[in-house]
Design a protein around this ligand. Structure first.
Ligand code: SF4
Ligand code: SF4
Length: 124
């Protein structure tokens, strides 16, 4: 299992529908980051703040100019759906996550343990 290389595949896949937000998370945004809260609608994200139409991409995903990597402009305020991704080897395989190494699919139990260690900062 490798560290995340910021390839952006997960943000691109889920940035145009499929991410939800709890009432508690929304309230935290309303209090601390209202500029993010306005992109939520009916418990989901990311919607145009004016038309309430689903956006084609997450508005906070930024492509780095000097590499193929992406960054999250709201990393410290990102939603839990993002904070807890990836959480299982199965979803990583499904999403072609670039953290996976060949040995991970040969030994999924160890891969899941390695993922837990790598993601401990994000999950806690
Ligand atoms: S909020 Fe950040 S981590 Fe979540 S989809 Fe957007 S860019 Fe990716
Ligand atoms: S798909 Fe995997 S390697 Fe790529 S940004 Fe998402 S978590 Fe990181």
């Amino acid at each position: 299992m490798k560290d995340c290389n910021a390839c952006g595949k997960c943000c691109i896949k889920y940035g145009n529908g499929g991410l939800s937000i709890s009432n508690q998370e929304l309230q935290t945004w309303i209090d601390d980051a209202p500029e993010i809260a306005k992109y939520a609608h009916n418990g989901e994200i990311w919607f145009d703040p004016h038309t309430k139409a689903l956006l084609n991409a997450c508005p906070w995903l930024e492509k780095q100019s000097n590499s193929s990597a992406y960054t999250c402009a709201i990393y410290h305020n990102r939603p839990d759906d993002c904070r807890y991704y990836p959480s299982t080897l199965d979803e990583m395989i499904r999403d072609d996550c670039e953290m996976i190494e060949a040995k991970d699919t040969r030994n999924p139990k160890q891969a899941q343990k390695d993922l837990q260690i790598i993601m401990s900062d994000s999950w806690n």
